[in-house]
Design a binder for this molecule. Sequence first.
Ligand code: GLC
Ligand code: CA
Length: 591
Amino acid sequence: MSKTRILTAFFLSVLLLSACQTAGNNVNRTAPSANEIPDRKWWKEAVIYQIYPRSFKDTNGDGVGDLKGIIEKLDYIKSLGIDAVWINPIYASPNKDNGYDISDYENIMQEFGTMQDFDVMLKGFHDRQIKVFMDLVVNHCSDEHRWFLEAKKSRDNPYYNYFHWWAKEKGEPPKRWSHFDEKADAWQFNEATNSYYLHYFGDFQPDLNWENPKVREEIYKMMRFWLDKGVDGFRMDALAYISKDPNFPPMPESYNGRWSMFYADGPKLHDYIQEMNREVLSKYDVATVAEAAGDVERVMKFVDPTRKELNMAYYFEATDLGYLPNEFKMPDPNGVNLVDLKKIYSKWNKAFEERGWGTTYLANHDQPRITTRWGNDSPEFREISSKMLTTFILTMPGTAFYYFGDELGMTNIKFDKIEDYNDIEVKTNYAQVREKGGDLVRFLEGMKISARDNGRTPMQWNSTANAGFSNGNPWLKVNPNFDKINVETAEKDENSPLNYFRKVIKLRKSDERLVYGKFAVVDDNNPDVFAYTRELNGKKILVLLNFKAKESNSNTGVDLGKTKVLLGNYPEASKDGKLKPFEAVIYQLEE
Ligand code: GLC
Ligand code: CA
């Protein structure tokens, strides 16, 4: 054999051998390879940044954020590296529940601007490859909506049946509870029709009657209006509540008084959502996220793809942790039990690994600031704990929802007086405690941790008056810590929570394990450290998060000395499992 032929044979056999090895790997492999990931979707890979428009940026000095303000900040939003925004309701509204009481679904709230502003904003996002989710609020509308103004005139009005009524001659209406009513009574009497209308939220938020096919058709038409404009998705507010048995039977004993769970299980709920899918959603490239109360089995119904309903589930079990039972959002003095939190995420993510798709979030406009509630807002730990929580949200399974201002490590404002609050929810609950002769001081202390307005204070852009949010008088007080905590200052600091947020997003975007990787909690019973792996193709990432303001030990059985640190929130990441207060580390495990 000539020398060349020997060499060729040698190379050929090497090639053959490595081909066999690859094949062997294929046989043994448990996780799918990157290009085998079933059912890739943009919305699974997206990081969604939530904008509360009222508090984002005011451009005309009336103290209320507006669409022009969002337009002004498009480049900032783009700079974060996010893929989509969810904007809270911007439709015409008397604003008694800050836009969740809609008086015209196809117009823009005057305070926020015009339809033209909307079109410019939408284009601005799309030009920057950012998708836009609108808030769809269709369980109820405003009592100033044209439909209700008509309906309340007389029983023969064609709009009367757009709402749920209980005729006076039938006697007292069956017990129904309301979220935003001092007497917690969901029936409100109306003279002209001699009947009571139903409102699961405030008495200014009458529930729409989904039993009426005309109502459903109006809603679908309205959804098409926005989709035809180019909107990319809907976050569906209180959607689980839409179906009601018009006979209003008593709540079954099995609910154990949990009326909100009872409301979320109406008889035709899924028929309606499937109809909405057939009539509207299936005809567009649109992503949907359901605000869905209930246990895994129930919530799964919204997002099991074989049922053809919605895409993502936004569930509450995790964010409901850490409160005392049978009281309105009173923080448990023992704080959040981390072991319970891990159990919750294990349970839900196990279910979503089989079917459907979940979300991970810790904050939104109904929640306080993450740094105060889940971290520690003292000067010593504010930044580090906020970075740890950012790591958590962006390395967990499911689509990541991130609330504006959390990228700065903004904190709860902690109002001392009820007069400082704007929110209907906290005011209603305050009135209820007062009515019962309860401890109002204790109530207000609790609200410093949990009230919704803590997360609604204006965005802190710089250290000028009103944090650069407005030249006027802001609709809700600006957190006085804006002189230190603001975008301008954070931009200049390479290690700020803002720049850390950008880094974690970049990592998530560059590593599919953080989106499609299998999730497993390790060191389950550790009360201080949340540790988990994300695995794809047999390759693992390990995330260690110290949720405590003290040094904590993790025990994962992994030799951290042999890992590569992908990112951490301290300059020097732990290599022995001993974690500094609120330390967060993302490791790449040895292959
Ligand atoms: C949802 C919204 C909340 C609103 C309520 C009534 O829970 O997130 O802000 O108050 O529905 O629409
Ligand atoms: Ca304004």
